[in-house]
Write a protein that binds this ligand. Sequence first.
Ligand SMILES: Cc1cc2nc3c(=O)[nH]c(=O)nc-3n(C[C@H](O)[C@H](O)[C@H](O)COP(=O)(O)OP(=O)(O)OC[C@H]3O[C@@H](n4cnc5c(N)ncnc54)[C@H](O)[C@@H]3O)c2cc1C
Length: 190
Amino acid sequence: MDSVTIVGAGAVGHACAAALRAHGYTGRITVLGSERHRPYDRPPLCRGFLTGQTTIDELALEAPDEDLDADWQLGVPAVALNAAAHRVTLANGRTVDSDAVVIATGSAARRFATMPRGVHTLRTVEDALALREELLPGARMVVVGSGVIGLEVASTARDMGLDVTVLGSATDALCTTFGATVADAVFGLH
Ligand SMILES: Cc1cc2nc3c(=O)[nH]c(=O)nc-3n(C[C@H](O)[C@H](O)[C@H](O)COP(=O)(O)OP(=O)(O)OC[C@H]3O[C@@H](n4cnc5c(N)ncnc54)[C@H](O)[C@@H]3O)c2cc1C
């Protein structure tokens, strides 16, 4: 192979590019990302980044001295794949041809077609920045979903002085992954 296109500039897209180089691949690597950011770590989005203690630079997954010699095409989503031709088409009409295509598009939060004011999802840096604006002491917050991320947002908001209600169900990740006993213990802590 002389060229690899990785669709998705998240943790897996970054790890894939790094692994290719670590295994001696010297060909072209193109990384396509719909977000405008280089790969970043999402867990702090519901912790330190939400409170403002962690900066955006500290979220970077690339080491300061890391150079993967990749062509980063960021801020434009891929919209089509011709699998037989290994051709990816971007939303701006550009196409990228390569010997191999890696799909590393991760997952996305489910959103309303129009997000009402004061209603947030938490998946990206932009989501966290918008939510952070409203984390004011004394404000009231409802977290829908008592999985790990929902509970981390809830505890972060409590630390910041908000009045928080969590709505959960037995099908939330904490219950289905860890079972009722562990989930009950964690709910008790919260
Ligand atoms: C708030 C939060 C807290 C978390 N905390 C933890 C934790 O404590 N522990 C843990 O193990 N995991 C945690 N996770 C989950 C972890 O972040 C994910 O497992 C990880 O991000 C998955 O990486 P990924 O590269 O597969 O996908 P993603 O991180 O989703 O990256 C995929 C990338 O592809 C891009 N993309 C999607 N479609 C296209 C397209 N058509 N064209 C171009 N680009 C596209 C997306 O914009 C995104 O940048 C957390 C996630 C969040 C949101």
